[in-house]
Design a protein. Sequence first.
Length: 554
Amino acid sequence: TATAEHRSFEADVSRLLHMMVHSVYSDRDVFLRELISNAADACEKLRYEAIGKPELLGDAPKLAITIAADTEAGKLVIADNGIGMSRDEMIEALGTIARSGTRSFMERVAAAEGKEGAQLIGQFGVGFYSAFMVAGEVEVVSRRAGSDEAWAWSSNGKGEFTVAPVALDEAPARGTRVTLHLMDHAKTYAERWTLERIVREQSGHVPVPIALIEKPGAEPATLADGAALWTRPKSEISKAEYVDFYRSVAGQYDEPAAIIHFHAEGRHEYSALAFVPGARPFDLFDAERKGRIKLYVKRVFITDEAELMPRYLRFVRGIVDTADLPLNVSREMIQDSPLLGAIKKGVTNRVLSDLAKLSEQDVATFSLVWENFGAVIKEGLYEDFERRAQLLDLSRFRTTASGEGWRSLKEYVAALKENQTAIYYIAGDDAGRIANSPQLEGFRARGIEVLLLSDPVDSFWVSGMPEFEGKPFKSVTQGAADLGLVPLLDGATSPSAETSQEVQTLLLAMKDALAGQVADVRASDRLTDSAVCLVASDKGPDRQFERLLNAAGR
Ligand code: ADP
Ligand code: MG
């Protein structure tokens, strides 16, 4: 039209689109899940805004997603009667990359080789732009709820898009209609069987009903009823249904490692359905460290900013639904609601106790969880004093005895050597380097196990940790690592710490030469092969912690 406005995509969008179009990724089905999830989000946003402004719903209070196929024309339409988009919202939402997850996704893909990058597309949802995997041309027509304007966005995914006003009688009465002109290789996405299969597999549990119109003029047929999965009894829900729901709530395509589903009754009533992902979400190490648990009140989505998990469990995805809050709960109320505090506590305890169970009943799966999230969970060791003991029980370590496996502190303590009274650790940022440190020689000669702590967070918790089962934590770099009391293994040798006259003379000479740079030079029984090593003083901070403090400029 005459008033059409041509705009360029933000540079990152162009890159992303290029990747989509040229993607060798074979499972293109995911585009549909992304578009359905946007449609469902839009319906949930309207449901929420309508609590305060019921007039937004007008005479169409039933929210729905409709998929319409036209095999002959090679067209697929996904429509919703949700919140819709204004012109400005459209330009912002469909011309830039708004969500940080997509950004870090692209960084990862850029770093990965072609094949691997393609797998990443399959593992993580990349949103609206995935439509260009199957469509050569995409049109979006939208009318925001309550507005008397409608706008059309269109693009062939090659650097530019167009925005133009449309007549109201050509737009949905409310919400958004996305039309895909399918590419030749993707024509199957306008066929009923394909659509039914994908919706059943991927989107059967979005909280808005989905209907299919299989050809122009046909009656809509229900594909999914939009019932909230979490309200059903556990025994009636299949693993596949849980996985499907997990994927729509988490925006990831992996298999969850753990599913936590329960109804709390009594003083506070709520349902929780939470998942420990099987792969790391992209935003895991974002500085904000935000959780993503969604809060529902009586099945109405309220917010995902309620912080219903402690930071160190921010990788847990899922929902909490309670009937004990008013629907029009405000941000302020959410921030200091004692009810939500109690729910957070209840859900946290449940997640931790389920993880503890998993660690006993399914070691392989728990190891996977620990590999992915151990570094995050350990933040709790210094952030959550109340649950410190519980978190220590859960923690797993690489040690000089673990090989590729993981050791718990319980196992460590059960294998203490004669006269060994402490839990020894060595900390550093390079796992390989610390495992080969000369500091360990004296420990190896005595068969004493040492924890190898190579996560940046380790130095923070270990320096403040008093003990585990009565055994203090001690760094091998701290001077008086009381090795002398523990007998050597058969065949091992170690120089005695008792020093001859010659050694005394040597020590004096070295002290002289290094005056002002070291506090002391001592003969030691900790080395067997190496001649010297640097240690921290007995009382001061451990060496790794010292380095961190220096790096932080303190
Ligand atoms: P995300 O859903 O994670 O925000 P997407 O790329 O899927 O990322 O979508 C980008 C944005 O486009 C959404 O946040 C939303 O603002 C807007 N959007 C997309 N589809 C719709 C829709 N059907 N109705 C309203 N807004 C939409
Ligand atoms: Mg989306």
